[in-house]
Design a protein around this ligand. Structure first.
Ligand code: ZN
Length: 503
């Protein structure tokens, strides 16, 4: 099976061939830490976390770099508005970001370089461009001369002339040689904080955003590396400018594959931007606030249910649907645990090991189906990391396994049944989920803001119900079950007693 990835540079799905055999370098544009991240900022890290997991599964040695932009105009403005030290504010927001990512299962970033700690590399990078006459200084600012770069605009098929609109610089400065020239270095202005001022041969100031990324990418991954990623909104001018800077400085290809993920859409169309309601909505979409309300695995599942290049609609209804979807797998894993008495979250046994085991026809048919699903699951991921397709295969696996448990009456029969087949199928399901960063741990049993007493109270109710039924007081038992159902708590009667589940 061969991996193909959609490369923005060519506009096509291409065969994935690494720069160095067996190794993959990935750079993903990270956050500008000037305000709390919202759920849209988690899409890139979650997708690239899966990309790294999958490439690692395919035996590549992967190095993943995600930068932190902690020197930037918006951060300066925000720190001044708050009356706080710029880097102190940046560190606070970075910590929040890292914690939120960890909660969402993003744990595989190898380097998180901060721009403020790579000023020398950035200055050297600008120096190279000036030496080769791609850059020029005017009154302490340094610009990249787009007219010198013959293939400028190749990522987004634009010409150097129509570059000005959409750049962060905004105003056309008279001092620029071409309207599309962009800043590599910005001279310090009066009133700006000292923490945003660095000494450079052309005067003190700070780097532009684009040069931070190309300098840090090359430091950690070399002049040419495999995958550069970011949101669709970064294609222009940010990524176009990164390519211009890096390739003009080195005369080498910068990144082979450019992967851009879709943006998140929030249902805020009816609210005016100036409406105070908008601020409230945006606050509710901050990752740290969402994590107080929702299970992080549900949010991750939601994001992976779309193909990474598609936009993601985000609303309470979508979260609810994701919760239901994930619930299908959690309930199945509970069933597997009941039937096999083994921890399904530790997938030690997998179907490949059952190949030569003798089994009854029903088990054989489940085994065959899983072996086919296994191939299709990997094919989906080989097709430009189609996590949506891969999750669809997981749903098919889940329904085959539920049917098997029902048909073989595994939950009610006590005689010896081929439980190892089920265990192995569960192991395969969980290990596939793990490639997506799902099913990594047992869900917290209770998330009702309790102090640990809810499980004990539920056990008590289950007991009382059992006693009342034994005393043939069925009305009491039914009442307990019905009232719990109203609270979103389901009681399931099985061969070894009653279990409860909070939906
Ligand atoms: Zn970047």
């Amino acid at each position: 099976m061969t991996l193909r990835v959609y490369n923005t540079l060519s506009g096509e799905k291409e065969l994935f061939e690494t720069v160095k055999p067996g190794e993959v370098g990935i750079y993903l544009c990270g956050p500008t830490v000037y305000k709390p991240s919202h759920i849209g900022h988690a899409v890139g890290p979650i997708i690239f976390d899966v990309i790294k997991r999958y490439l690692t599964f395919k035996n590549f040695k992967v190095t993943w770099v995600l930068n932190v932009t902690d020197v930037e105009d918006k951060l300066i403005a925000e720190s001044q508005a708050q009356g706080r030290d710029m880097l102190e504010l940046a560190r606070d927001l970075e910590r929040q970001y890292v914690d939120a990512m960890a909660a969402l299962g993003v744990k595989n970033i190898d380097y998180m370089p901060r721009a403020s700690e790579h000023i020398q590399e950035i200055i050297d990078h600008i120096g190279q461009l000036m030496e080769k006459d791609y850059a020029y200084a005017v009154d302490g600012d340094v610009y990249f001369d787009v007219s010198k770069d013959e293939d400028y605009g190749k990522l987004t098929n634009r010409k150097a002339d129509d570059q000005e609109s959409g750049t962060r610089e905004g105003l056309v400065k008279a001092a620029k040689r071409n309207p599309g020239d962009f800043a590599l270095w910005k001279a310090a202005k009066p009133g700006e904080p000292d923490s945003a001022k660095y000494k450079a041969p052309w005067g003190s100031g700070r780097p532009g955003w684009h040069i931070e990324c190309s300098a840090m990418a090359m430091k950690y991954l070399g002049q040419t590396f495999d995958i550069h990623g970011g949101g669709l909104d970064l294609k222009f001018p940010h990524h176009e400018n990164e390519i211009a800077q890096a390739e003009s400085a080195t005369d080498q290809v910068f990144a082979k594959y450019w992967l851009h993920h879709g943006l998140t859409r929030f249902n805020t169309k009816k609210i005016a931007k100036s409406d105070p309601e908008m601020a409230k909505v945006m606050e509710s979409l901050q990752i740290t606030n969402l994590l107080k309300k929702h299970d992080p695995e549900v949010l991750r599942f939601l994001i992976l249910q779309s193909h990474y290049r598609s936009p993601i609609e985000f609303s309470e209804d979508v979260v609810k649907a994701a919760k239901t979807g994930l619930g299908t797998f959690r309930r199945l894993l509970e069933r597997i645990e009941r039937v096999t008495n083994a921890d399904p979250y530790k997938p030690e046994l997998q179907i490949e090991r059952m190949r030569d085991v003798e089994m009854d026809p029903r088990s054989r048919s489940l085994f065959d189906e899983l072996m086919q699903s296994r191939v299709r699951f990997l094919e989906e991921l080989d097709d430009d990391f189609n996590t949506a397709g891969a999750i669809a295969v997981l749903f098919e696996i889940a329904s085959a396994m539920n049917k098997y448990i029902d048909d073989a009456k595994l939950e009610t029969h006590s005689e010896e049944l081929p439980r190892n087949v089920l265990r192995a199928c569960g192991g395969t399901l969980v290990s596939f989920g793990n490639i997506l960063g799902l099913f990594e741990r047992r869900p917290a049993a209770v998330s009702m803001g309790d102090d640990g007493k809810v499980p004990a109270l539920l056990e008590l109710l289950v007991d009382v119900r059992k006693m009342s039924r034994e005393a043939k007081q069925y009305g009491i038992g039914d009442h307990i079950r019905d009232e719990l159902t109203k609270l979103g708590i389901t009681l399931e009667d099985g061969k070894d007693g009653t279990r409860w589940r909070i939906d």
